[in-house]
Design a protein around this ligand. Structure first.
Ligand SMILES: CC(C)(COP(=O)(O)OP(=O)(O)OC[C@H]1O[C@@H](n2cnc3c(N)ncnc32)[C@H](O)[C@@H]1OP(=O)(O)O)[C@@H](O)C(=O)NCCC(=O)NCCS
Length: 194
């Protein structure tokens, strides 16, 4: 990491982390902090068994509401984290995207999930590119990781489109023992963007 310590130490330590400038507008989306008004829409996403198959399974309305408040509060206190993905046209929240601490590691991971009705229209790629732009643009990190189950072909396709490269597999991961680790380092990102 540029600070000499781990990414998460640098971002969660005593020195205040840079605050990501939000809302962040892309051609079709707005990435912004979650708010109470997102709970119904987010609960709909989290109740969908197919959409949540690789992200821990379906959740109750109350658990989804807790997640919205957790993401809202984490972003407010840290200044970075997962954001609500809003469609510019309808102003509705279709899911989440952004970087967050990767559990049990000193790194940050890119995470995203969107409502099924919006899949395969490039929204996850658009939101993820914006999230990487924010992360590498404002946070003292040298790389962003992502973990994905081998069966989650749509997610793997998105990570490939972002220019992330596959690392060694992680064994012992839920639900089928193996997960794939992807990584994008700052220099590759810098080479990728004009
Ligand atoms: C993964 C997810 C966010 C992708 O969102 P999205 O907006 O559909 O993503 P994009 O449209 O940007 O890209 C999806 C790509 O996967 C491809 N894809 C989708 N389903 C596929 C399948 N069954 N086989 C092969 N490719 C597939 C699409 O064709 C597209 O690639 P293309 O642009 O080359 O055509 C969405 O499927 C989702 O929310 N899934 C549930 C949550 C989840 O798994 N999150 C990721 C955890 S790692």
């Amino acid at each position: 990491m540029r600070s000499g310590g781990s990414a998460v130490e640098a971002l969660c330590g005593p020195a205040p982390a840079p605050k990501l400038p939000v809302p962040h507008v892309t051609p079709r989306l707005v990435l912004r902090p979650f708010c109470e008004g997102d709970i119904d829409s987010f609960a709909e996403l989290m109740s969908d068994r197919e959409a949540t198959k690789y992200i821990g399974g379906a959740k109750s309305y109350d658990a989804a509401a807790d997640s919205v408040r957790y993401m809202r509060d984490a972003f407010a206190s840290r200044g970075w984290g997962t954001l609500a993905v809003e469609l510019s046209t309808s102003k509705t929240c279709i899911g989440y995207c952004g970087v967050r601490p990767l559990v049990n590691t000193p790194d940050v991971e890119l995470a995203f999930a969107l409502k099924k009705a919006t899949w395969n229209d490039g929204y996850a790629t658009e939101a993820s590119l914006a999230s990487l732009e924010l992360a590498f643009g404002y946070l003292p990190i040298d790389r962003v990781l992502a973990t994905v189950y081998p069966e989650n072909v749509a997610c793997i396709r998105v990570l490939n489109k972002l220019g992330m490269t596959q690392q060694a597999p992680i064994f012992g991961a839920w639900p089928n023992n193996v997960a794939l680790l992807f990584s994008l380092d700052r220099s590759s990102w810098a080479r990728r963007t004009p």
